[in-house]
Ligand binder design. Structure first.
Ligand code: ATR
Length: 289
């Protein structure tokens, strides 16, 4: 059996490649939208071990019905050499999470994580009356972490016009090298400065794994954070992290990490299946179930 395992019918198909890929929520996300829109289509988990990536990418354009794939760990960077075209945002992030098979069989790669993050903030701002008038670019943003997820969030915030981004990371050198790469809006700060970095901020984003189920807690006193600041955690297991709970308890608006996951799926679904899908409370419930 190959990763494709197509069966006989030629119907529009997409899926998520990763290794392991069992825990991906993307099949639930895209499966919900397929059903909601009454579309004939499939979206599957596609387990691809690293040693099979080259063969998978070579076969993808020739698989009957395959419109493209989402890409997750550990392939987000490794797929780059197989793509004929890479969207400029994905180039800046340095990773691809969405691949579309073009009519000529070539592969187009993009990264929808920055879009997903920004859309999840925008949706939260629209739904939360405490956030009337909140604008991402109006005050400094604090980003914790300097890994792959941080890169997507940095690009999203710079593109949204944020002019001061305080980047705090345990390994200072990684924050420094992102500051050098992304320019003068970024200030690299030492992990010990994380509480003081919150002064005057309008947004705090945790992109580290701290606070995730099975990981250490995020030790970050929020006293210096203005109450109007939006607090966002890209961790979504648990959905309500300790950071978000503490933020809400002191009156800050808060956005959980599920929104980013749901919104990042929208462009891929539209490209593969031809319908622009929406993020709704029903979708959230279905993906969490
Ligand atoms: P991702 O692609 O999800 O961003 P990653 O590249 O492994 O994953 O990055 C994980 C982030 O969490 C990094 O910023 C990491 O800090 P280091 O660069 O110092 O490794 C941060 N992180 C993980 N465990 C941490 C801990 N115990 N304390 C502080 N930061 C931590």
């Amino acid at each position: 059996m190959t990763a494709f395992d197509t069966g006989d019918d030629i119907i529009p198909r997409a899926g998520v490649i990763g290794w392991p890929v069992d825990h991906s929520r993307s099949p639930k996300l895209h499966g919900f939208w397929l059903q909601q829109h009454g579309l004939t289509g499939r979206y599957d988990r596609l387990p691809v071990p690293p040693e099979n990536l080259a063969a998978f990418m070579a076969a993808l354009p020739r698989e009957p019905g395959f419109r493209g794939v989402n890409v997750t760990i550990p392939h987000k960077v490794a797929v780059l050499p197989y793509l004929a075209q890479i969207d400029p945002v994905a180039r800046r992030i340095g990773a691809v999470n969405t691949i579309v098979v073009q009519p000529d069989g070539s592969l187009f790669g993009s990264n929808t994580d920055a879009f997903g993050f920004f859309e999840s903030l925008r949706a939260a701002a629209g739904e939360n009356e405490n956030m009337a008038g909140w604008q991402v670019a109006a005050a400094p943003a604090v980003v914790l972490g300097a890994g792959g997820a941080a890169r997507a969030i940095i690009v999203a915030l710079l593109d949204a016009g944020v002019s001061e981004l305080r980047l705090v990371n345990r390994s200072f050198d990684k924050a420094e090298s992102l500051a050098a790469e992304f320019g003068p809006a970024i200030t690299a700060l030492d992990w010990e400065e994380r509480a003081a970095a919150l002064g005057g901020a309008g947004l705090l984003v945790n992109t580290t794994s701290l606070g995730m189920t099975g990981q250490p807690a995020l030790d970050l006193p929020l006293d210096d954070l203005p109450r109007a600041a939006l607090v966002s955690d890209i961790v979504y297991t648990p959905l309500e992290t300790d950071l978000l709970a503490r933020a809400r308890a002191r009156g800050n608006p808060a956005v959980d990490g599920l929104g980013m996951l749901l919104h990042q799926g929208r462009p891929g679904f539209q490209a593969w299946f031809g319908v622009a899908p929406a993020v709704t409370p029903q979708l959230r419930a279905a993906v969490l179930a």
